[in-house]
Design a protein around this ligand. Sequence first.
Ligand code: 0GY
Length: 306
Amino acid sequence: MNDFVKTPGWLDWHPNPSRPRWQVPPGSVDAHCHVFGPGAEFPFAPERKYTPCDASKQQLFALRERLGLARSVIVQATCHGADNRAMADACRSSGGTARGVATVRRSITEAELQALHDAGVRGVRFNFVKRLVDFTPRDELLEIAARIRPLGWHVVVYFEAVDLPELWDFFTALPTTVVVDHMGRPDVRQGVDSAEFARFLRLLHEHDNIWSKVSCPERLSIAGPPALNGEQAAYRDVVPFARKVVESFPERVLWGTDWPHPNLKDHMPDDGLLVDFIPHIAVTAELQQKLLVTNPMRLYWPEEGA
Ligand code: 0GY
């Protein structure tokens, strides 16, 4: 039995997402998703800022199948702190079809890092979103980055657009590939030509080790769902941002569902609609192949020689 009490107002993941109208290319990767617990088996961390519903590996893999996706990258969610057991267990039981991104502290041993690698972990996540985590000193993060580099891992960073100026020097000092979650969370009200979004694009222009996930339109959108008709994307106000990133940096973009969508307050997306969003932001077969297959395979399954 799970004794954890969900955060008030918590929205559970969509119980019956539509089958996408748009078919993803064979071998497509969901490069940003999570597992939550189940809490009875993998307790949530004492330092967490929210208590989610359960979202198990079986449920994640069932959704993946429904959406036509082949592989997953399971990103450690903050509700599990630096206890990576649920994520690592999901990777290990995936038969090689899931890789992971962990959260680690400087106290982690070499043997523990190696065990995570053996489970399928290929990166660490540094989170700067203040509502999600407590502050970690930069020197600790730099030390972790230096230690994971020899494993061939990369760093995933999550932050809000307004914080980029302050974080710029830290990000650009990182010695690994750096993957930015959700395009650095632009404020879509400011528009795709805003100074704020230009700053984010400049980060990628000037640093070719920095990648971006073009994920989470449901988190960034003011327009929201639904699609008005089959031609128009849901979350259409996010389209210009994601399309700009895909077309400017086609070799350094990733896409993910963000299932089970933590901390959404207004609505829970239909995951099928999130797949149908893709051809609006990657408008050619070549861009779609890079976004969904070539790029994530290069980063997470390099041994397969994509
Ligand atoms: C996301 C977004 C969020 C949460 C987390 O690890 C997390 O708790 O990443 C958020 O609340 O914006 O990418 O899942």
